[in-house]
Write a protein that binds this ligand. Structure first.
Ligand code: FE2
Length: 186
């Protein structure tokens, strides 16, 4: 499973300079896959959300798109003007890769259907993902990115990396919801 994770996220993992951080990101994904009972083959079949029609976009593709989107936002800001804050790029990439790792516990597979698990009813993926990251010894800033990237973080103190991941996440999610509601102009 470790090799599979390193292959799926190879491009983004290579952008993390801190070896220990990179290893911990992989280990959290491996632990979550094991705890959620997923095989390597099943990983790319998990829909990125259960909240709307995903049009075939899986959790791995979503994770990559959100991570790259957040990196793009950070670069756009820092290449254009001097913001009164510093984006920690290693943390941003790690947080992007881990923001939805809790979905491996929140979603379960049953006769070809993906549905909310018992664990997911007890704790949504931002909470379970934050717990997984904390157990792996990841820094508090990354806990903030995972725990506060969705509605759990609304109105709460956030790292700038959390804000960028949130925006990249909803840039991929909202058009799908709007499409389902007939509100996306195409
Ligand atoms: Fe997400």
């Amino acid at each position: 499973m470790k090799a599979a994770m390193e292959k799926l996220f190879a491009v983004q993992l290579a952008k993390i300079e801190d070896n220990d951080l990179r290893e911990k990101v992989v280990s959290v994904w491996v632990t979550a896959a094991r705890d959620g009972g997923w095989t390597e083959e099943q990983l790319t079949e998990i829909p990125f959300t259960l909240l709307t029609e995903t049009h075939g976009v899986n959790l791995i593709q979503h994770t990559i798109a959100v991570t790259e989107g957040a990196i793009g936002l950070a670069n756009a800001i820092e290449d254009t003007y001097e913001p009164p804050f510093k984006v920690h790029m290693d943390w941003l990439v790690a947080g992007g890769l881990l923001h939805d790792v809790g979905k491996l516990l929140e979603i379960e597979h049953n006769d070809g259907n993906h549905q909310k698990s018992y664990s997911g009813k007890c704790a949504r993926h931002p909470i379970s993902g934050a717990i997984l990251a904390a157990k792996a010894g990841l820094p508090e800033e990354i806990i903030n990115m995972i725990g506060c990237h969705a509605k759990e973080g609304e109105g709460r103190p956030q790292r700038v990396e959390t804000v960028l991941i949130h925006q990249a996440d909803f840039a991929t999610f909202n058009p799908m919801v709007m499409l389902s509601k007939g509100l996306l102009i195409i």
